[in-house]
Ligand binder design. Structure first.
Ligand code: UD1
Length: 430
């Protein structure tokens, strides 16, 4: 088991480059099997969830050619199997995108029920409701979701809750259904738009992505394309929060500043400076932070995937702050770990009441999930003394070279795999 060991207290300076959006990439990889021609995808983040999905696509017969760390060519013409199940795919959330992709192309899919981070109950009823409305028979049995349709037909679907996954999944199946589909109350996240752009570049007819009504006219065939994935707004935001908490001045490069507006707004309220450029943002912090209130909401609201990082920041801000989680019911699991580092946080239902403390103190903590894991690393960067973050497996699902990028801006952090290496690091830094 690997860990991050961190010596806190270094302000962060310099530049960091942000990779492609993991959550866009996962859907785009699934959608890439919908054509029999070769698709080239660039700016792919080299993270664990992506590699698991690529393996799953290969297992059902698609040809996957890694051109380099961030570019892949996929050819879906050799797929003979619509059953996707292995021990790894069961652990990732985005496996559900293969249902929409396979159902759209082959009118049949059998995919292991998705796992992913344990941040709430995470049902897929809305995805299933959408496929059923298009005429598919959808069942869950023996841990597999089976969807099958003789004719997949365009229809009108209202999503009872704004769901990124359901919006994208239904959009993918509808891209190759007969006739017109309208998705109402659709998610507006940048990666919904990115997936729509990708499908359109393959010949799909999707309009309105980025608004709450998406209109799709099904086409019979999709064709080859070359596509570059948008920057990861959550990775970018995580680095912005790291600088805000640790203090310093960092240029976060290769981002779309518009996608970061909610994050930027909260950082300004907390007392940081943010300068926006065409494809970069500069974050400046003197480490003196103010309290504020934040509620997670679907885009363009404050992202739930940035909630733990925000809470870590507010944990060392002067005064009392509140963080309200409105998307997932189980997203405060990191609070106990942060408390062990000296935070003063009380959770009541879906609200964390945070009384800012002067600083965290280093401790041994466990990453409970991907984003909370990243947030605990941020706490470690600020904390007095040494922090060890265990279970970094979660963090590596979604952050490429996290510790290397942090070291590049002055953090004292290393990835280690045993107690000896932890002691060696401590000796080196003390
Ligand atoms: C995706 C992201 C995740 C992010 C989340 C919200 C991926 C792989 N994961 O997750 O990182 O935190 O969007 O931005 O892209 N819901 C239902 N029924 C459904 C589907 C969802 O009730 O069928 C509920 C969920 O429980 C949650 C809300 O809708 O309360 C939003 O979930 P959704 O947007 O679907 O999140 P995911 O696609 O799971």
């Amino acid at each position: 088991m690997e860990q991050y060991v961190i010596k806190g207290g270094n302000p962060l300076y310099g530049e960091v480059e942000i990779g492609g959006a993991k959550n866009a990439a996962l859907a785009i990889l699934a959608a890439s099997i919908m054509t029999d021609e070769t698709v080239t995808i660039e700016n792919l983040p080299n993270v664990r969830d992506i590699n698991v999905l690529l393996q799953a696509i290969e297992q059902i017969g698609a040809q996957v050619e890694r051109i380099n760390e961030h570019t892949v060519k996929i050819n879906g013409s050799f797929i003979q199997d619509v059953t996707v199940d292995n021990e790894f795919i069961r652990r990732i959330r985005a496996s559900y995108y293969l249902i929409g992709a396979l159902l759209g192309k082959y009118k049949k899919a059998e995919v292991a029920l998705p796992g992913g981070c344990d941040i709430g109950s995470r049902p897929i009823d809305l995805h299933m409701k959408g496929f059923r409305a298009m005429g598919a028979q959808v069942d869950i049995a023996h841990g597999l979701v089976t969807a099958e349709a003789e004719h997949l037909k365009g229809t009108h679907i209202y999503l009872d809750k704004v769901s990124v996954g359901a919006t994208i999944n239904i959009m993918m199946a509808a891209a190759m259904a007969e006739g017109k589909t309208v998705i109402e109350n659709a998610a507006k996240e940048p990666h919904v738009v990115d997936v729509a752009n990708f499908l359109n570049s393959m010949g799909a007819n999707i309009r309105g992505a980025g608004t709450d009504v998406i209109r799709i006219v099904g086409v019979e065939k999709l064709h080859k394309t070359e596509y570059s994935i948008i920057p990861d707004q959550i990775e970018a935001g995580t680095f912005m929060f790291a600088v805000a908490a640790a203090g310093g001045n960092v240029l976060v490069k290769d981002v779309i500043p518009k996608h970061l507006e909610a994050t930027t707004a909260k950082l300004l309220e907390a007392g940081c400076k943010v300068e926006e450029f065409d494809d970069a943002v500069r974050i400046i912090s003197d480490g003196k932070l103010h309290h504020t209130q934040v509620t997670t909401l679907p885009y363009p609201g404050f992202p739930t995937d940035m909630q733990p990082q925000m809470a870590v920041l507010l944990g060392i801000a002067e005064g009392t702050s509140t963080v309200t989680e409105s998307i997932f019911e189980n997203r405060f699991k990191y609070v106990d770990e942060l408390t062990r580092m000296g935070a003063n946080i009380k959770v009541e239902s879906n609200i964390a009441i945070i009384n800012g403390v002067k600083n965290y103190t280093g401790a041994r903590v466990n990453a409970p999930d991907l984003r909370a894991g990243a947030a605990l690393v941020i706490a470690g960067l600020v904390a007095e003394g040494i922090t060890v973050v265990d279970d970094i497996y979660y963090i590596e699902r979604g952050y490429e070279a996290f510790e290397k990028k942090l070291r590049g801006i002055g953090a004292s952090i290393e990835k280690v795999s045993d107690e000896k290496e932890i002691q060696k690091f401590i000796l080196k830094v003390s």
